[in-house]
Design a protein around this ligand. Structure first.
Ligand code: UT7
Length: 335
């Protein structure tokens, strides 16, 4: 029997501090009506001063480990997807590994922005199927709030993003009678559009110090996005990769019990579902409460689906992403 990768535990954590659209309207020229209409977002979470990405990741990890009935010492490898590392290097995963007291367990950060969790699932699936590791702790973790421009100049991006972490434990499944497995994952990227959604500085190509006062004065250390262009690509690529991943299995759209789409914009997800004639009750969204948590969006959504009984053992879930890079992906799993 071939070794397959099975999701055995999920967990999530978002900071306590709720930031409403009205709160943001006090800082910049925006409104609750604009944000809700254009994105579906009502509120998001921001960290408290002193809280770090690895704190969020730790809380999500503990919940996922509990759900899997494991301790950190049982884990063979930690993979953490993020675009907002705790430090430029070594990233976030090493701080998490230390807080988990995980000994010398290997860990690393993976960067594929809002598609980071899809890419990380693919890496973990390969590790397990190849026999390198049996138990992997996988995270998507973002702290956006410390890197956004909360003035009028940044309003198109700042209102969209939130902080949070989601975690999944993946284990080798060698039981022929147990059908739970990551079935298929498809990954894509298009670097020619890297600058359509990016943070330019600090960057190692910028001499002499990776950052200049001028760049800061120009706000080029904040994310910049050509929103409409990104939107158009998202609504094309997400259905494309979802169908591609399903075609690689013996499953059809109707066989999927739950669709989890990256949480960038409720309008994007509604449009994709409509295009594919997916019934709304099969799509789960939480962008209304958390905003766009980039790599953390899918694992947070997955954990909520499991805990609220919307995803049960034996059911099929399709997780589709799109984001900066551009990068996009779809993972199909039998939970
Ligand atoms: O997670 C990675 C992937 N990201 C995405 O997929 C995001 C894709 N893009 C989007 O979701 C949408 O393009 C946005 C939500 C970012 C923007 O919605 P839009 O309908 O494309 O609006 P727009 O950028 O065309 O802006 C429309 C108007 C502009 O004013 P004018 O030029 O019409 O006078 C903006 O200046 O809305 C203005 N605007 C705002 N107004 C109030 C932009 N941001 C805001 C704001 N509050 N926060």
């Amino acid at each position: 029997m071939a070794r397959r990768a099975k999701i055995t535990g999920t967990g999530m954590y978002v900071p306590e501090r709720v930031v409403t659209n009205e709160d943001l309207a006090k800082l910049m020229d925006t409104s609750d009506e604009w944000i809700r209409q254009r994105s579906g977002i009502a509120e998001r979470r921001h960290i408290e001063p002193g809280q770090t990405p690895s704190d969020l990741a730790l809380a999500a990890s503990r919940r996922a480990l509990d759900a899997a009935g494991l301790d950190a010492s049982d884990i063979d490898c930690i993979v953490l997807a993020t675009l907002s590392p705790e430090a430029d290097f070594p990233g976030t995963s090493f701080f998490l590994q230390d807080k988990l007291e995980a000994g010398d367990t290997p860990c690393f950060d993976l960067r594929a922005q809002c598609s980071g969790f899809g890419y990380a699932l693919s890496v973990a699936k390969s590790f397990i199927e190849a026999g390198q590791f049996r138990r992997i702790l996988l995270l998507g973790c973002e702290v956006h709030s410390t890197g956004l421009d909360f003035t009028d100049a940044g309003r198109d991006v700042a209102v969209l993003f939130g902080d949070g972490a989601g975690a999944v434990v993946l284990e080798a499944n060698e039981d022929a009678s147990d059908t739970s497995a990551l079935l298929e994952i498809r990954l894509h990227a298009q670097g020619k559009f890297a600058k359509k959604l990016w943070v330019e500085a600090p960057g190692s190509g910028i001499a002499p110090a990776r950052m200049t006062h001028e760049l800061i004065d120009q706000g080029r250390h904040f994310p910049h996005m050509q929103g409409k262009f990104v939107f158009k690509n998202a609504v094309t690529r997400m259905p494309e990769v979802l169908i591609e991943a399903l075609n690689a299995t013996s499953l059809k759209l109707d066989d999927v019990d739950l669709f989890l789409f990256h949480q960038a914009n409720l309008r994007i997800n509604d449009y994709v579902a409509q295009q594919l004639e997916i019934p709304p009750e099969k799509c789960l969204n939480n962008i209304q409460r958390y905003g766009n948590c980039s790599a953390a969006s899918i694992p947070i959504l997955l954990d909520e689906a499991v805990r609220e009984g919307q995803l049960e053992r034996g059911q099929v879930v399709a997780m589709t992403t799109f984001g900066s890079g551009f990068s996009w992906s779809c993972a199909v799993a039998r939970y």
